[in-house]
Design a protein around this ligand. Structure first.
Ligand code: SF4
Length: 405
């Protein structure tokens, strides 16, 4: 007997064939419904007690990962010549408009909770430019280019070269490109800030709140404090009127104190604040519940103090562990960054998320993944041990954050 999902797939195929008539609205709706149904089914299979029935259900659902590509092949086999509108309708719900360039694995800091593997590798300008050209060939009109590391400002010439090329290609293609940069804030000197301002960057700065927390949790590689340099960098950003948000990481053992971070950062004058729960760490049900209570208090504090708590806006995509931004590593390898791929402990898993070499990659959109696709890859990679437990605990926190919005 055909499953409900297969019947829905047939309906989706029909809707895709009618893209010319309705601009793809029905196909988008049908794909969204199918994706949500598959996601929920996989979630209940993953959280059900182990047994042969759960295992069979799980295996069946994992087989649906990336069904959009199979659907495209089916359409082509059935004689359809897909237009850009067909491809937009088929892939618009997967992936994002963003490409991340991981321009260096080096960093001046050695944060206590950091699991990013740090070594000397940096991206060369040619690889960064290949990433920019790939993004600019996408079907999307508005795109984001994000610079990430390690500490991306340690590879400033690469950031400069990529941004300039992206601006030129966007102009030529009639696209808009928005630049984002995630930084530890230590290298925000006057010239760098002027460059960020000139090219309309939005900046995310990691800041753990108080001097004692920052110096204890985010020391330099030589063991010195990082607070003073960070404060100077933040002052320069503010002085240049560059849009930025501060990000504080909360560990499971500090779960009940997340709201204090928000209050402290707001008192320091920061207007956009994001709390990141530590990924790749196991959260007990009690710690997750304590975080949820503390985030409710944080939301109240944010309202009272007139600051934006990014976690409860649509800008923040939860569960983070299932985000799927396409990321170009220093050597040109493209992988789906899911929030854990950078982590030291997950190097084996990262291989599962490799998708292409940026110099030879095909159409940007076709590499996107939905939260269901990412869940399926994670579930087939994390096995049955502690990694599964850890990632499912991260997933549950993300689901509760999404529901709380
Ligand atoms: S600044 Fe980021 S990359 Fe550097 S040590 Fe801290 S968490 Fe890791």
């Amino acid at each position: 007997m055909r499953s409900l999902y297969e019947a829905q797939l047939d309906r989706t195929e029909l809707a895709l064939r009618a893209v010319g008539a309705d601009g793809g609205a029905q196909a988008r709706l049908a794909l969204g419904a199918l994706d949500s149904a598959l996601f929920e089914a996989l979630h209940s299979a993953e959280t059900a007690p182990d047994g042969p029935k759960a295992a069979a259900r799980r295996a069946y659902l994992l087989g649906w990962a990336f069904y959009r590509r199979r659907l495209l092949r089916r359409l082509v086999k059935g004689g359809l010549r897909p237009s850009a509108d067909h491809l937009r309708a088929l892939f618009s719900g997967s992936g994002s408009d963003r490409l991340i360039l991981l321009v260096t694995h080096a960093c001046q800091l050695r944060c206590a909770y950091c699991r990013v593997r740090k070594y000397g590798a940096s991206m060369d300008v040619e690889t960064a430019e290949a990433g920019v050209r790939w993004l600019m060939r996408s079907l999307r009109r508005d795109v984001d280019l994000q610079f990430f590391g390690g500490e991306p400002l340690l590879a400033l010439p690469v950031v400069r070269g990529a941004a300039k090329l992206a601006e030129r290609l966007a102009r030529e293609a009639g696209k808009t490109v928005r630049f984002l940069l995630t930084t530890n804030g230590l290298a925000l000197d006057a010239a760098t800030v002027a460059f960020l301002r000139e090219h309309s960057f939005c900046v995310e700065v990691s800041c753990d709140g108080t001097m004692s927390a920052q110096d204890a949790q985010r020391p330099t590689a030589r063991g010195a404090g990082s607070w003073a340099a960070l404060c100077s960098g933040l002052e320069r950003l503010r002085g240049a009127d560059i849009p930025y948000q501060v990000i504080a990481v909360v560990l499971p053992e500090d779960a009940e104190r997340a709201h204090e971070r928000v209050e402290t950062l707001a008192a320091m004058g920061h207007r956009r604040i994001q709390i990141n729960y530590a990924l790749g760490r196991y959260w007990t049900a009690e710690q997750a519940a304590a975080l949820s209570r503390s985030m409710d208090r944080a939301a109240d504090a944010a309202r009272r103090l007139g600051v934006e708590l990014v976690n409860f806006t649509r800008k923040r995509r939860e569960p983070v562990v299932l985000n799927s931004e396409l990321t170009v590593d220093c050597d040109g390898t493209v992988f789906r960054e899911t929030g854990v791929c950078l982590e030291e402990d997950f190097q084996e898993m990262k291989k599962r998320f490799r998708v292409a070499d940026v110099r030879r990659a095909g159409l940007f959109e076709t590499y996107g993944a939905t939260p269901f696709d990412n869940f399926a890859i994670l579930a087939s990679a994390y096995g049955q041990g502690s990694m599964r437990r850890t990632l499912l605990s991260n997933l549950e926190i993300g689901r509760s954050f999404a529901e709380a919005r």
